[in-house]
Ligand binder design. Structure first.
Ligand code: PLP
Length: 454
């Protein structure tokens, strides 16, 4: 930090403040975590200074042997960890991973048969009118994904996102009574809509998915099954989700971020079955530019960590803690979407406290509890104000929180929300309890980060 402060002291100050904020509050944002010091340090290296467009051993720049080493290691760890035939470590983020997946599926299913139909062996042989026809076909494909207010992600066909514009899209929701995925309803929609791609996965659905059933539906209608496991990749890696709940054997293409429950650097990964591997491998230059060598190196480190037996314990604790948090809410009379959880997410309906999600989020922040507001199914308050607060257990589980601490988190949250009235959203006294809770728990990972900065 001293070196940074000599150049731009405000960045050094903000970095110090960020560490303090992340240590002194209760980080309950479901998509966040605390990466290990080894992972963080690996991101701050000389790989950042290197261009390496292309793939391992096949680069458009000279001198890429060390980037080759770290990219190959990240892919190898990912293949081993998830039991995937192929892994692509270049995507810079979850959105990039999904774009690579979409375009590789389009290349595999639409572009190549299109070329054959047009009698061309490669794109250079296409005439302008051939291109016109190919563009027309590429622009006319269908995608079926989970609706945003049911817990899906923006990239699963939400209109304002590029995925909702590049595809004709339809969305499946959840059962209005139970809040659960209704596989028969998904199948009926798929039969009617006949999508090229079915996307499964979520950002705010507090339950597990049966991926064997999703694959059956995809097979019946001739769709490619793409699973976005960005949120729950840590639970897959830690073998909490196995059998039909492990998406990797069932999806043709699986995408993920590396920074949420997987606890790695900020970035993305694409896993694929053999038949899609060559198309995913063209992520650069199809969708991506130069890969981030320093982040791929950090992915290799974090994935190596996730292959250790301790990570399985961590993942199981993440799921157990979510149950404890949900039980803590329910025992205090709060209302949860789907009535509980069996992953790392708990979605609290705050309308019963007479609050919008925005008001609840702000009151909780004042109390040192960092969350995010979230739509609930059929949300009357829309996506900006919302009626829900999403909680996640990955970050505080990394800090050593167990079931007792999560029960106290539930107590604290309910206390804050009960004592918050519209217009004042100031929580007052409970904030001390939040800070005491955050400070009082063993904090090995973060203590190590603090040493790094000192
Ligand atoms: N997919 C899912 C399911 C997500 O929840 C997110 C992020 O929240 C993303 C993709 C996008 O990830 P990123 O923010 O790294 O682009």
């Amino acid at each position: 930090l001293e070196i940074i402060a000599k150049v731009e002291p405000r960045v050094a100050d903000a970095t110090r403040a960020e560490l303090r904020d992340q240590r002194s509050s209760l980080k309950l944002i479901a998509s966040e975590n605390y990466a290990s010091p080894a992972t963080l340090l690996t991101m701050g290296t000389w790989f950042s200074d290197k261009y390496a467009e292309g793939t391992v051993g096949h680069r458009f720049y000279a001198g890429c042997q060390n980037v080759d080493t770290v990219e190959a290691l990240a892919a190898e760890h990912a293949r081993e960890l998830f039991g995937a035939p192929y892994a692509y470590a270049q995507p810079h983020s979850g959105i990039d991973a999904n774009l690579v997946a979409f375009w590789s599926i389009l290349a595999h299913r639409v572009e190549t048969p299109g070329l054959e139909k047009l009698g061309a062996k490669n794109v250079n042989e296409l005439s302008e009118s051939d291109w016109e026809q190919l563009r027309h076909e590429l622009g006319n494909q269908r995608l079926l994904g989970m609706a945003l207010d049911a817990g899906g992600h923006l990239t699963h066909g939400f209109r304002p996102n590029i995925s909702g514009k590049m595809f004709h899209q339809q969305q499946y929701g959840t059962d209005p009574q139970t809040g659960l995925l209704d596989y028969d309803a998904v199948a009926a929609k798929a039969r009617e809509f006949k999508p090229l791609i079915i996307v499964a996965g979520y950002s705010a659905y507090p339950r597990r998915i049966n991926f064997a059933k999703m694959r059956e539906i995809a097979d019946e209608v001739g769709a490619t099954l793409m699973v976005d496991m960005a949120h729950f990749a840590g639970l897959v890696a830690g073998k909490v989700f196995t059998g039909d709940e492990d998406p990797v054997p069932f999806a043709h293409v699986t995408t993920t971020t590396t920074h949420k429950s997987l606890r790695g650097p900020r970035g993305g990964l694409v896993l694929a079955q053999e038949e899609y591997a060559a198309d995913v491998d063209r992520g650069c230059p199809m969708v991506l530019g130069g890969p981030l060598g320093h982040v791929m190196a950090a992915k290799a480190v974090a994935l190596a960590e996730a292959r250790q037996p301790e990570f399985r314990t961590y993942a199981q604790n993440v799921a157990d803690n979510a149950k404890a948090l949900a039980e803590g809410f329910l025992s205090r009379g709060a209302q949860l979407v789907t009535g509980g959880t069996d992953n790392h997410i708990v979605l609290l309906d705050v309308s019963t406290f007479g609050l919008t999600g925005r008001q609840a989020e702000s009151a909780l922040l004042d109390a040192g509890v960092v969350t995010n507001r979230n739509s609930i199914p059929h949300d009357p308050n829309g996506a900006w104000y919302t009626s829900g607060i999403r909680f996640g257990t990955p970050a505080l589980t990394t800090r050593g929180f167990g079931r007792d601490e999560f029960d106290r988190v539930a107590e604290l949250v309910v206390d804050v929300l009960k004592n918050t009235s519209v217009g004042t959203t100031k929580a007052g006294a409970p904030s001390k309890a939040a800070y005491a809770l955050a400070d009082g728990v063993a904090d090995r990972t973060h203590a190590a980060s603090a040493e790094m900065l000192d």
